[in-house]
Write a protein that binds this ligand. Sequence first.
Ligand code: SF4
Length: 259
Amino acid sequence: MLAWLLRGLHQGRVTTAYPRLAEPVGDGYRGTVEVLEQRGKASSGLEALCPTGAIAAGSAGRVSVDRGRCILCGACVAAAPGRFAFAARHETAVRTRGALIVPAEAEAELEPLSQTLAEQARALGRSIHVRHIDCGSDGAEEWEIQALWNPYYDIQRLGFFLTAAPRHADILLVTGPVTRAMREPLVRTWEVMPVPKALIAVGTDACSGGLSPRGTLTAGGVDAVLPPDVYVPGSPPSPIAIMHALLLATGRLRTEVAA
Ligand code: SF4
């Protein structure tokens, strides 16, 4: 608390300048996992390192990581540091599920904002009401979402306001793998939100089910029930990562950050 106060007095402000300025990354922050240089390296046994099945070995020793399934446990980085590493950055949100799988099969241009999302973004403007629904989260993502409205992140300065009323909401943040009991409340919440609206899957559980894959108890991710406009992986994603997702969904940032 004292350090925070002194830093505020020294800097003249406590609030982050993101997205105008890049947000520094703290020591030990894992961000996301990347696959290192592949040429001439064996891939046997790498898939078995991952508890969520995020690692896939293809032909000719090519390995990929599905960030939408990665819980950032670090097992692959510890066991095969020549093949995997953490990429300590906040901006991990993407607009398609396929973009969470790295490295991409081919170098692809970052997709422009889809027509629908672009129209939504224009219509949503700069006073955006956000509804959050917990669909079976372990609670980690909720802490990060709540932090967006504290004095440091102060996301109201960017025009985002929390609402408890889905009929007033423009954006729905969904956390958790979508348990059987939450499936219907999720759909009903989405259906009563007025158009235009956008849906963001927040965290690895919402992106893919994480450690709770598709089965009788969970849907294995939001997109088994509704189509997200933006996916933000991480277990949990940082407040800046969620802010990045909100800015992507509203067209305030035009581009994703390349993998
Ligand atoms: S860090 Fe991610 S990809 Fe690596 S083993 Fe853990 S869950 Fe799997």
